[in-house]
Design a protein around this ligand. Structure first.
Ligand SMILES: *Cc1c(COP(=O)(O)O)cnc(C)c1O
Length: 376
């Protein structure tokens, strides 16, 4: 009998050893935002980045971006450039700091920040004596952005880049791991990401001093003294030792998770490639995407909605691509440099179920429904 269970867009997928590390936390009573799992998880991540980076594990990807902005001294009324085509969590911390976001549209090769528009924006802001303090670029859906081009522009104008790698752990850009391509990077271990700690994140920096400063800020900025002494404002942003235990187990299976997600992409692409009304985003030469979510672009809003609704009727979750920030009610008033690329992707694009735990039966069910679309 064909059982019709709900299929999620991207659900947690435990590897098996997570509970061992969580149990160790219980057995040793390290139920705190510090302890052996926090250190162990940071070591695992630093090893992943070939010990070229220092990593602080924090309570979320959002907290990591917020801390990165603090490390760069972004404050009230500073302007920060941010990719428009992203999840709101990329941009919200700019507001937390009292700073002002300036949104940049995407280019069609990677769907990420357009280097062309980035330079136009920087020149415009400098002309108006508002030189941006930082650039937040995003490897959306796991596809690396044009890092060489973006870094070159950032260097030319001496602006730091924060690399939002929340969706791109396990992606590579010319053999370099995403998260380590610029001044600072961030990861997310939220429940729907490629690996998860149920909630968590990491800040990736270039040296031990910056990491120590990040840990200081994320543990309420307590100065050295026997009592509680404060000369800066901190946050309660450190990852719990219990959740870090889940992260240590998940790091053991990261490669497998990337492999499975890439196979999902291959399955969808192979079976839908023949239709002109559906396109996928290929990897440019030298780019390796973890294919966190498989995204397809349809011919029209109507076609996308028909497929999304048909899947929903069969209890299958799919989702339109991210709505660009410059179209969001809360950010509409912000300055933006656009070309229509992200708006079109939002109108016609669909994220397909992409979990690393999907069965062949699940994938076949999804494909059958898409193949019945009258728009093909
Ligand atoms: C998930 C995500 C974040 C935020 O991470 P959280 O851990 O959920 O706070 C930031 N940016 C992007 C692009 C994301 O997908």
């Amino acid at each position: 009998m064909l059982t019709k269970t709900k299929i999620y867009l991207s659900s947690p997928h435990m590897g098996g050893t997570e509970q061992k590390f969580v149990n160790q936390a219980f057995e040793t009573n390290w139920i705190a935002p510090l302890g052996p799992n926090v250190d162990g998880f940071e070591d695992d991540l630093q090893n992943f980045f070939e010990n070229k980076k220092n990593v602080a594990v924090l309570s979320s990807g959002t907290a990591s971006i917020h801390t990165a902005l603090q490390l760069l001294n972004v404050g009230k009324d500073d302007e920060v450039i941010c990719q428009s085509f992203t999840f709101s969590a990329s941009a919200n911390p700019i507001i937390y700091q009292g700073a002002i976001p300036v949104f940049i549209d995407s280019e069609p090769d990677t769907w990420n920040m357009s280097p062309e528009l980035l330079e136009i924006a920087i020149k415009d802001r400098i002309e108006k004596h508002k030189k941006p303090k930082a650039i937040i670029a995003v490897h959306l859906y796991g596809m690396p952005y044009k890092a060489n081009e973006i870094n070159e522009i950032a260097r030319k104008y001496d602006i730091s880049v924060i690399e939002d790698s929340a969706e791109a752990l396990g992606s590579y850009y010319y053999n370099q791991p995403c998260g380590a391509l610029s001044n600072m990077g961030i990861l997310s271990f939220n429940g729907n990401k490629i690996i998860t700690t149920s909630g968590g994140g990491a800040l990736i920096v270039n040296n031990k001093e910056l990491k120590d400063r990040a840990v200081f800020l994320s543990t309420q900025a307590r100065d050295k003294a026997p009592h509680y002494e404060h000369s800066s404002i901190g946050h309660n942003y450190r990852l719990s030792n219990v959740l870090a235990g889940i992260g240590r187990g998940q790091m053991e299976v990261l490669e497998d998770r990337v492999d499975r997600r890439r196979k999902n992409y291959e399955f969808y692409k192979t079976n839908l490639n023949e239709f002109d009304s559906i396109t996928f985003l290929d990897e440019p030469e030298g780019y390796f995407s973890n294919r966190w979510l498989t995204c397809m672009k349809t011919d029209s809003y109507e076609m996308r909605e028909q497929i999304r609704q048909a899947l929903l009727e069969e209890d299958i979750e799919s989702r339109p691509l991210w709505k660009p920030m410059h179209l969001q009610p809360v950010f509409k008033h912000c300055l933006h440099f656009t070309n229509g690329v992200s708006e079109e992707l939002f109108n016609k694009g669909l994220c397909l179920p992409s979990g690393s735990n999907l069965s062949q039966n699940d994938l076949d069910r999804i494909l059958d429904i898409i193949l019945k679309s009258p728009y093909l």
